[in-house]
Design a binder for this molecule. Structure first.
Ligand code: SF4
Ligand code: SF4
Length: 268
């Protein structure tokens, strides 16, 4: 295990202003964590047989922008996050290649359109499982990875490398507090309310909603990550009181007016 190279990789992440990063060993996919939920073909060694380590990077979704969702504001932020993730994962793979280690970046999504996802609701690699193994968070009732700093408001990409980097241990305690707010808030009742992996969300219902928002240029949905009370970002943005999301409440009417304004433009 190369601890000096690991520090150099982490410094590279810091230089790129990546706030969330961790490392998993490719071997961990072959241990019992996800049997049988990550089929063999979806594991790093099936995709890049020489891989030894998986570096997972994440960028937070800024909560006050997410609160406008569905909106053109969140739609554009999502595109920005995707560009950052893909570019930075690629730069990290180039960094490792420059040190003599074959490496590849894995894009943050990996599907052509929501229509494709509706017909086949999987991508060739799951960053959520990688983030779990790299110690970045644990699965929530809404099937996303909940981190301590940003709750479920993080998007991930990964780098597969032949370098043997010391892995970070998975978190030992769940981050989700099982409040069921995501279950109640989902507009299409796609979240069954049981623990992952038994309580899988209905991906077809979720993708159908995303498709209808996409036709109006205001995808993705984002509601189940907006209402989640977990995350230190709630303190930073003064969003501890979740009554703010009750748009009938008069206590937060200046916020509701702001969201209504943003939601009214740049869309069909
Ligand atoms: S993204 Fe929207 S539709 Fe999909 S599970 Fe979350 S709240 Fe429901
Ligand atoms: S909203 Fe509550 S139940 Fe849903 S993921 Fe967050 S903490 Fe878990």
């Amino acid at each position: 295990m190369d601890t000096i190279l690991k520090e150099a990789v982490l410094d590279k992440c810091r230089d790129l202003s990546i706030p969330v990063f961790g490392i998993a060993s490719a071997e961990q996919w072959n241990q019992s964590y996800f049997e049988p939920w990550v089929p063999v073909l979806f594991r790093p060694r099936s995709i890049f047989p020489e891989v030894k380590s998986v570096i997972v990077i994440g960028f937070p979704v800024i909560l006050p922008i997410l609160e406008t969702a569905p909106s053109i504001h969140y739609h554009e932020l999502y595109k920005t996050l995707n560009r950052l993730l893909d570019a930075d994962a690629y730069l990290i793979s180039l960094f490792l290649i420059s040190r003599g280690y074959s490496s590849i970046s894995i894009p943050r999504d990996g599907y052509g359109s929501v229509e494709v996802l509706k017909n086949n609701p999987l991508t060739f690699f799951s960053h959520r499982h990688a983030a779990f193994l790299a110690g970045l968070g644990t699965f929530g009732i809404n099937n996303t990875i909940l981190t301590e700093n940003y709750g479920p408001r993080v998007r991930f990409a990964s780098v597969f490398t032949t370098a043997e980097l010391p892995p970070d241990p998975p978190l030992s305690r769940p981050v989700c507090i099982k409040c069921m707010r995501c279950v109640k808030a989902c507009p299409v009742q796609a979240i069954p309310g049981e623990e992952y992996p038994e309580g899988l969300i209905n991906k077809n219902l979720c993708a159908s909603r995303s498709e209808s928002l996409s036709l109006r240029y205001i995808s993705p949905c984002g509601i189940c990550i907006k209402v989640c009370p977990v995350g230190k970002d709630r303190d930073l943005h003064s969003r501890k009181n979740l009554e703010i999301y009750n748009e009938d409440s008069i206590d937060f009417k200046e916020y509701h007016s702001a969201w209504k304004h943003v939601r009214s433009y740049g869309r069909k």
